[in-house]
Design a protein around this ligand. Structure first.
Ligand SMILES: CC(C)(COP(=O)(O)OP(=O)(O)OC[C@H]1O[C@@H](n2cnc3c(N)ncnc32)[C@H](O)[C@@H]1OP(=O)(O)O)[C@@H](O)C(=O)NCCC(=O)NCCS
Length: 166
């Protein structure tokens, strides 16, 4: 139903349509973006921050089809370069919620992380007010591991932490 593909500069309208919506970003560690913020987000995503210790890989979630349809969501993996673990995230346009898009994207993301990136552990967090995200994680095999204040990433305090079975 959906694939993950590289972002392109031409995705700016679709990216901004997502990152400027409060109902999309409110549970994310992503601010509500102005047009300028969205352009910076896309620029940084295209560069994949090659010189930063943290690597952030962002992919477009797009429907399978020809001609290619505009993206319906974004997802990514962040990890400390050289580390064998990473954090996944995803967001989907509200018009496509409830159709299994995030679940399928998360599966692709796990294949990508464990396969191409060679990660051994991929974790995720979500706030208790976001049961849809928790459900997506459960559906792709994640187990709840407590709160993120017990994990290594202190910026996400208060969020439920999930991890793939080792
Ligand atoms: C969370 C989000 C990605 C889910 O995307 P989606 O494409 O609708 O997800 P899916 O359709 O694959 O699965 C959603 C599941 O949550 C369930 N769900 C939805 N709302 C729910 C609620 N309020 N309580 C419990 N379960 C809920 C759905 O029924 C479905 O489970 P099911 O297949 O067992 O019926 C989407 O709502 C979103 O983009 N939210 C804003 C960004 C965000 O919060 N990202 C996650 C950050 S941690």
């Amino acid at each position: 139903m959906v694939i993950l593909r590289n972002l392109e500069p031409a995705d700016i309208e679709a990216v901004h349509a997502l990152t400027s919506r409060m109902d999309v970003v409110r549970h994310m560690l992503l601010p509500l973006c102005s047009r300028e913020d969205s352009e910076k987000f896309l620029r940084d995503s295209l560069l994949e921050s090659p010189s930063d210790p943290w690597r952030s890989i962002v992919r477009a979630i797009a429907p399978i089809g020809s001609p290619p349809a505009p993206l319906v969501g974004l997802c990514g993996v962040a990890n400390l370069r050289g580390a064998e673990e990473g954090e996944i995230w995803y967001l989907v346009e509200p018009e496509s919620w409830g159709k299994g898009v995030a679940t399928e994207a998360a599966k692709h993301l796990l294949d990508f992380g464990f396969g191409q990136l060679g990660l051994h552990r991929m974790w995720a967090t979500c706030v208790p007010e976001n049961p849809a995200s928790a459900r997506v994680l459960e559906k792709v095999g994640y187990e709840r591991k407590g709160s993120s204040s017990e994990t290594s990433r202190s910026t996400a305090c208060g969020r439920a932490a999930f991890c793939t079975p080792c």
